[in-house]
Design a protein around this ligand. Structure first.
Ligand code: ATP
Ligand code: MG
Length: 649
């Protein structure tokens, strides 16, 4: 296996779409050109063909007040109706979710079941006083009540704000206050690696700071003891009891808000991103169908993200349900009870499409090839990734060990703010290159520009920009439209600036280089952290790497690397020298890290992204910034100690 990996990497191969794929893919060759010829008409066609409207829109795009764009402004619809009711005639008994609890319990939820549960809970929320436009905070783990609660809000026209169940009570309180939510939905406790995370107790702590919360609905899941506050707290099973399994879906305008979702907080204070109805559903459905090539009647689709992130909103809930998909939903940790839990599920449920993050793939690599090898993964036909640039080494590992060298991989670039996938291969259409997200989705227009906003010719790198509006774009930052303008629309007026660096190769392929804040300037050369990290990860001793530029009197910035090693490898001086030479030989001497620190873990956000900002603070011996969105705050101390020790040498 190691040989295959090395060879595949060395060849810098392109992977053409398998012909049998192209023949049957949802997106056929030519779709990019077709959409480009009339991009507004393209989106209008998708909106009309895919969505069941109560009133069909006649206006496509209102661009009279940029950057506050509006789409399909005179259309009326309901997303819960589109995700549920309209499927009932043909597919009431079709499975919407194969839900798997971490302790091993399972629930099979059909479209009829889901519809009925959503209606009952919509009735219950209405009884609690929730009305159209009200914000509802949802602090749940990956249990079926999470999509039920979201869809019940959507049915009423209430705005959900899902707060990832791994967040602390402080993070929850901040988000409840920012959105001014008066109702919170939570659970007694959530299973995580065999232990119970006390979500209700966390909520109680958070609510000490949130006097305006009137009702807390509590799902009983783990059975741990909780305190119920009289007059405020009610059990989910009590409030849904006796409720009708019907609820008239609210007739909503395409531009009514659907949800608020806070960004991961990798770069700073999270932003409350607002998404609306019609444009969002249009792009989420189109991308879900074309990027994952989902065939509703035969595929078993599994997006292994958490619904607490945008990936779960768009590609576990709204996209798959609106597209009448059968999905797998898993409650727990990937390494519980053992490192092969996910592969066991793929085998049991005969999963055909699997979508995860590079950080997870690097963890699978570190755990070892033997875990996937224990299982029959032959049902898989397509793989996807999202969340960070994927190192070519990890791409190839995924291709070989999970995809059996047979499955196309879609590396999808997008953000909370974009609502849906923006840059991605289409599996029947685009040849892939490991590490490249390839091309903008049909109808989307992106460019790479320099400091002055001029387009950089092919072969060069700079800032990624999106050059025209798209249907699922964020409409604002909740309560702070000025921050929306300042953050995304001011650096390059008239264009959307996502904050990421990118380069295009001679074939026009986009290679995402990570956040522009992370790009280093060493002796006058721009060097991307992603490229140096990928070079390090390609070395057989390295499991994961994070690289930052720290201030240096001579070179402006010097490259500081933090490296976790594969099992059994000992990090010594000789290995440091070997790794520095390795990077020099892969990229060039200019990219040689000045320092390398070995560590057991890297600081990551709760969504698994490396927090380079903190490593930079450590390297420059600064006081550490906000660590509230960190998943593993304790590693920071260890790294700071080691970095200080290596500085003294
Ligand atoms: P914050 O904006 O609060 O700092 P965040 O940017 O991590 O947090 P998300 O919206 O979840 O929050 O992540 C989007 C970012 O993730 C993108 O801007 C990009 O930097 C990175 N990203 C996502 N997918 C890819 C991909 N396929 N390739 C490269 N980078 C990606
Ligand atoms: Mg971001």
């Amino acid at each position: 296996m190691a040989d295959t990996l090395a060879n595949l990497l060395k060849e810098e191969r392109t992977f053409p779409p398998p012909p049998e794929f192209t023949a049957q893919a949802n997106a056929r060759p030519g779709v990019h050109e077709e959409a480009e010829a009339d991009w507004k008409g393209f989106w209008m066609r998708q909106a009309l063909e895919r969505i069941t409207w109560f009133t069909e829109p006649t206006e496509i795009l209102d661009d009279s007040n940029p950057p506050f764009y509006k789409w399909f402004t005179d259309g009326e619809l309901n997303l819960s109706y589109n995700c549920l009711d309209r499927h009932l005639e043909s597919s009431a008994d079709k499975v919407a979710y194969h839900w798997i609890g971490e302790p091993g319990d399972e629930r099979t939820i059909t479209y009829q079941d889901l519809h009925d549960d959503v209606c009952r809970f919509a009735n219950a929320l209405t009884e609690l006083g929730v009305r159209k436009g009200d914000r509802v905070a949802i602090y749940l783990g990956m249990i079926p009540e999470l999509p039920v609660a979201m869809l019940a809000c959507a049915r009423i026209g209430a705005v959900h704000s899902v707060v990832f169940g791994g967040f602390s009570s402080d993070a929850l309180a901040d988000r409840i206050l920012d959105a001014d939510a008066h109702v919170v939905i939570t659970q007694d406790g959530a299973w995580r690696r065999g232990e119970v995370v006390p979500l209700k107790a966390n909520t109680d702590v958070a609510l000490a700071r949130c006097p305006d919360v009137r009702h807390v609905v509590v799902v009983r899941r783990a059975g741990n003891d909780v305190t119920m506050k009289d007059g405020r707290d009610v059990w989910w099973h009590d409030v849904v009891e006796g409720q009708a399994a019907t609820f008239e879906p609210a007739v909503l305008n395409a531009e009514d808000p659907l949800y608020i979702l806070y960004t991961s907080g990798t770069t700073g204070k999270p932003k409350g991103i607002v998404h609306t109805q019609g444009g969002y559903l249009t792009q989420v459905m189109t991308t879900h169908s074309w990027v994952f090539d989902v065939k509703p009647d035969t595929d078993v689709y599994w997006c292994a993200a958490d619904i607490g992130w945008v990936t779960g909103h768009s590609y576990i809930v709204y996209g798959p349900l609106a597209n009448r998909t059968t999905s797998v939903m898993y409650e727990g940790a990937p390494n519980h009870p053992d490192f092969d839990r996910l592969w066991q599920i793929v085998e049991d449920k005969k999963v055909t499409i699997f979508y995860t993050a590079p950080t997870a793939i690097r963890a699978f690599m570190k755990w070892g090839d033997e875990y996937p090898a224990r299982h029959d993964l032959s049902s898989l036909r397509l793989l996807g990734t999202v969340g960070e640039p994927i190192n070519p080494e990890a791409w190839i590992w995924y291709h070989v060990n999970i995809g059996g060298e047979r499955c196309p991989i879609v590396d999808t670039w997008w953000q909370t703010e974009t609502g849906a996938i923006m840059i991605t291969p289409l599996p029947g259409v685009v040849a892939t290159k490991p590490g490249s997200a390839t091309f903008p989705f049909p109808g989307i227009s992106a460019d790479v520009v320099d400091d002055d906003g001029n387009s950089v010719p092919l072969g060069g790198g700079g800032y990624l920009v999106i050059t025209r509006p798209w249907p699922s774009m964020a409409r604002t930052i909740y309560g702070d439209p000025q921050r929306f303008i300042d953050t995304y629309w001011s650096r390059f007026p008239g264009r959307y600036f996502p904050g990421d660096g990118a380069k295009r190769d001679e074939d026009g392929y986009f290679w995402l280089l990570g956040r522009v804040d992370d790009i280093m300037l060493v002796s006058g050369h721009n060097i991307s952290t992603t490229e140096v990290e990928s070079a390090l990860v390609a070395h057989e001793a390295v499991a994961e790497a994070a690289v930052v530029g720290r201030a240096d009197e001579v070179t402006g910035q010097a490259i500081a690397a933090f490296v976790t090693l594969r099992g059994g490898v000992v990090g010594d001086e000789a290995l440091i020298e070997e790794l520095r030479e390795h990077v020099a030989s892969v990229i060039g001497p200019i990219a040689k890290p000045k320092s390398i620190v070995f560590t057991d873990d890297l600081p990551k956000t709760r969504s698994g992204k490396i927090m380079r900002r903190l490593l930079k603070d450590i390297s420059e011996q600064r006081k550490l910034g906000d660590v509230t969105t960190l998943a593993n705050a304790d590693v920071v101390e260890e790294i700071a100690r080691k970095a200080a020790a290596s500085d003294e040498e």
